[in-house]
Ligand binder design. Structure first.
Ligand code: FES
Length: 151
């Protein structure tokens, strides 16, 4: 992921969009490429992509806002994604999710707590990922212990 000043960022986004111009349906590949390269799709990116692909800003914004995978803000330093699927719900995932969101600041200064729906680890719920790594049998105490290095 690259951190680029705004002008450089727009230049880079325009170049990414231009690379996909000849493809059929280039918008999704362009958005994924921007996410891969820059970590999120900023407002100025939407305008640049729309201009290069000859789409309206509303069309590009609509796709960015529709798909959960496209972020419009830079990602947090750490991520906690807790499963809220049925199997995990049956072993307390809802309470864990609510409590974790309420006290996210105690895990790290810059952390994002999100929800997912089934990680394929149902037998070991509540399940979740911490910075992308899968964990089972999560509890408030385990989350505190597993994120100790984040503080
Ligand atoms: S429901 Fe949580 S891992 Fe499947």
């Amino acid at each position: 992921m690259t951190t680029a000043p705004t002008t450089d960022r727009v230049t880079l986004v325009r170049a990414i969009a231009a690379q996909h111009l000849t493809e059929r349906g280039p918008l999704m590949p362009v958005l994924h490429a921007v996410m891969d390269e820059l970590g999120h799709v900023a407002r100025e990116d939407v305008e640049a992509i729309a201009d290069v692909l000859n789409l309206s800003v509303a069309e590009v914004h609509g796709v960015v806002s529709f798909y959960h995978d496209f972020r419009t803000e830079p990602p947090a330093a750490h991520t906690v994604a807790l499963c809220r699927g049925e199997a995990c719900q049956s072993v307390g995932a809802e309470a864990l999710y609510d409590e974790t969101r309420a006290r996210a600041g105690s895990l790290a200064a810059d952390v994002e707590v999100t929800e997912v729906f089934c990680l394929g680890n149902c037998a070991l719920g509540p399940s979740g990922t911490l910075d992308g790594r899968l964990h089972g049998r999560l509890s408030t105490e385990r989350l505190e212990a597993l994120t100790e290095g984040w503080r």
